[in-house]
Ligand binder design. Structure first.
Ligand code: FDP
Length: 338
């Protein structure tokens, strides 16, 4: 079969009425910026891009040089195309307006420019996550509240993982599709159409070092997985934790599995570890479109009404069967203690 490039795929999606010309351009621009990030990450020590930038982001986390570089690449690429009303990033407290000298479009873009960046210095896969919303009508200067739309309102979501290969995973709400960067030609080529995540799995991803801080239903659920064949689940489970969300989610998209970043006593006051608007929502959209499930342990992630641009939530996502069991345990515990 003839290879299908991302550009061809976007034209097909336009013809099918799934996206308009502006959204197609937006995806072209974002993915072109991601190719530049891929080049920057692949240089490693030779590019002088490793290590800390010497600054903190809005959430008080140390910024890596590559966090700052990736954020700038995405901002610069998206400023002038005329497809955006504003964008928001993990690295910036407030949304970034489109400079007055450029035309404005009808879309809002949110991104985590370099997810898993604490792994960059040790040469483990990192990635960019993005989510696209429609700018509310008649809003010319979008404010934070214009971004606070539930995940169900996303027009598109995607991530690019910078690993041994650079891969793009994309959804417009009509299935989840994977593209592989052909480095020689410089194009993303469709490598998997309509990805399906197996409903059942025997593989889970969680940071076990937080175990003693988890809530009781999480302790129960993981305790049962660890008990294996001899326990109530009657089968052995294997554990994988890259500590880079894009890489962990990509494994699940490829061969199934579940990923958890639950609430624990250390992070309870913050609401969770992962950010709703540019981590949990886009990943939930991608996973649901591939037949998986994504909850906070209690509710569907995409149904949440956001309250802040940098809001954090617990995340349970991947193979439907396991997300359902873990979510049921939390709901049952809530009812028992109500
Ligand atoms: P990072 O802080 O390195 O950007 O987005 C947060 C994240 O990585 C996820 O990519 C990853 O899954 C998680 O944090 C890792 O958390 P732990 O430090 O608890 O392992």
């Amino acid at each position: 079969m003839k290879p299908v490039s991302l550009i061809q795929f976007l034209i097909e999606e336009r013809r099918a009425g799934h996206i308009n010309a502006e959204l197609s351009l937006l995806i072209e621009v974002v993915t072109r910026a991601c190719k530049r990030i891929a080049v920057a990450t692949s240089k490693g020590a030779l590019g002088g891009v490793l290590g800390n930038a010497g600054s903190d982001n809005v959430q008080g986390e140390a910024q890596k040089k590559l966090d700052v570089i990736s954020n700038e690449i995405l901002l610069e690429a998206n400023a002038w195309g005329g497809h955006l009303a504003a964008c928001a990033s993990e690295e910036m407290e407030d949304p970034q307006p489109i400079p007055d000298m450029y035309p404005k479009g009808n879309h809002l873009l949110l991104f985590d420019p370099l997810d898993g960046s604490s792994n960059i210095d040790v040469n483990i896969s990192v990635g960019t996550i993005f989510s696209v919303l429609r700018c509310p009508e008649d809003v010319t200067e979008p404010k934070v509240e214009d971004f606070l739309q539930p995940g169900t309102q996303q027009l598109a979501a995607g991530y690019v993982v910078y690993g041994p290969a650079t891969l793009l995973v994309l959804t417009f709400g009509h299935g989840t599709h994977e593209f592989t960067l052909d480095r020689e030609v410089g194009s993303f080529i469709l490598s998997r159409r309509d990805i399906r995540i197996p409903e059942q799995t025997a593989e889970f991803a969680i940071n076990m070092s937080n175990q003693r801080h988890w809530e009781a239903p999480m302790q129960r659920y993981v305790g049962e997985l660890l008990a294996g064949k001899e326990g109530p689940r009657g089968k052995d489970f294997n554990m994988r934790w890259v500590a880079s969300m894009v890489a962990d989610v990509h494994r699940i998209i490829t061969r199934g599995g579940v990923f958890f970043y639950p609430l624990d006593a250390k992070i309870k006051a913050k609401g969770g570890k992962l950010r709703l608007m540019y981590e949990a929502n886009p990943m939930a959209f991608i996973v649901e479109q591939a037949g998986g499930a994504a909850t906070t342990g209690r509710e569907r992630i995409m149904d949440l009404q956001p309250t802040g641009l940098h809001q954090r939530v617990p995340v349970f996502l991947g193979s439907k069967g396991e997300v359902e069991v873990a979510t049921r345990y939390h709901r049952e515990a809530d009812v028992a203690f109500a």
